[in-house]
Design a protein around this ligand. Sequence first.
Ligand code: 4AZ
Length: 303
Amino acid sequence: MRLSPTSPIPPTRRTAARRITTAALAAGAALGLAATSVGTAHAADSADRGRPGTRIIGGTEQPDGKHPFMAALLQKGTGNPHDRQFCGGSLLEPGIVMTAAHCVEGTKPKEIETVVGRTVLSNKNQGELRNVAEIVVHPRYAKGEGAYDLALLMLEEPVEGVAPVNLPTAGTDALIRPGAKATVIGWGNTNTEVTNYPDRLRAVDVPIVSHIECKASYPQYDSKVNMCAGVEGKDSCQGDSGGPIFRKLQGRKGVFQVGITSYGDGCAAQGAPGVYTYTGSAKLWDTLEESAAGKRALNKLAG
Ligand code: 4AZ
């Protein structure tokens, strides 16, 4: 979630979730404010049973080991990691976790940590926990504008024995053909009526949506650096921000991350797909060079 300058880390995941939606909606100007539910975490499952359609993400629990490159961003502290998680991320290199700029903007490296290879947030024995040495926010990212929502976390120590995610070749848009199936994963809210943050990682398959359709939903949408995906009942949601949306390609090892979960008007509503930072965008990566920190990060990625 976006971390405001006064209170860099949201006190609870629920607070964080609200902020991000608000930020996204502010950016979208005339979009209607989605209803904000106030239920406690874990209250959704029983209320949900037998009521198809209330389950907003529409996804399923993921087994250990299925998405090894997945990262959780945690506010540092002594509490249960499930309560400290505020965004997702993905391992781009052994020493670099990619996330959304709005997740870490205005945050100091010391305030957060990241864990790679953990599927159950509360399981402290699972995955590799790392301190963050530097946070590189995309130089073109501007709060509330939605575009260039990318940040790189430079880890104090690299993660060992985990294959990073692949990125599409920059500038080839073959992977975001409208209608193609992609998978989005995260620990975000599963229900907008009765807010529920799951402990175990979840995934949902969503169709990629055309730039034209997406621009119709979001006036500020920038098709050079964004992509859209989702359908009524299947979407990412608050808390999934920063995490990956990816595709599995026939005959190729691993998966290709096409986007970073960024914003949307609510979750899984008709005509309001999720918006993602498009990681196959040449412009996104070229402009990262516009800051010294971005340039250094790019050199690390290349070398
Ligand atoms: C969020 O607030 C958020 N439905 C993430 C994804 C979407 C909306 C909001 C897309 O983190």
